[in-house]
Design a protein around this ligand. Structure first.
Ligand SMILES: [Zn+2]
Length: 150
């Protein structure tokens, strides 16, 4: 079994980055209750560390690899997650833009634009886009209600 640290080094290498140039990364076995069960990573406030969940299937596959960094598709997935979370650390909470950074990173590390991994992240992006456009409609409906001055 490869360590979680060595898997991250594989992912950063694929991104052409080093740990020194990247936000601090820490590991957790399972996402805590306040984070989505499906989350692969999240940002730990207030120090803006990236916390990577190591019980994901991508991590399991990458750690079981015969040779270090040889489970390339799993490493690509983790690289994409890291790019997504780095975007949040640097730029804030916008999910759509963070997914865009993730998709760009996936192509950069050699993921197939017609492949399952790229498609999965594209769907996740579309899901948040739909949610936020509905929230936007709701927000503008609310702001058009005139509240009489006290
Ligand atoms: Zn995000």
């Amino acid at each position: 079994m490869w360590s979680a640290e060595s898997v991250v080094v594989c992912a950063l290498t694929l991104l052409g980055r080093t740990q020194a140039q990247f936000p601090a990364i820490q590991f957790v076995d399972k996402a805590p209750a306040y984070v989505s069960r499906l989350a692969q990573a999240y940002i730990q406030d207030p120090d803006a560390r990236i916390v990577l969940v190591t019980s994901t299937s991508a991590f399991a596959r990458a750690r079981r690899a015969a040779f270090e960094c040889s489970e390339v598709e799993a490493i690509r997935e983790i690289a994409g997650v890291l790019a997504h979370e780095e975007w949040h650390v640097l730029h804030g909470a916008d999910e759509e833009a963070a997914y865009d950074a993730q998709l760009t990173a996936l192509l950069y590390v050699g993921a197939d634009q017609n492949g399952a991994l790229y498609h999965k992240i594209m769907q996740a992006k579309q899901a948040v886009t739909r949610r936020s456009s509905r929230a936007g409609v709701l927000a503008s409906a609310t702001s058009s209600v005139r509240v009489p001055p006290p």
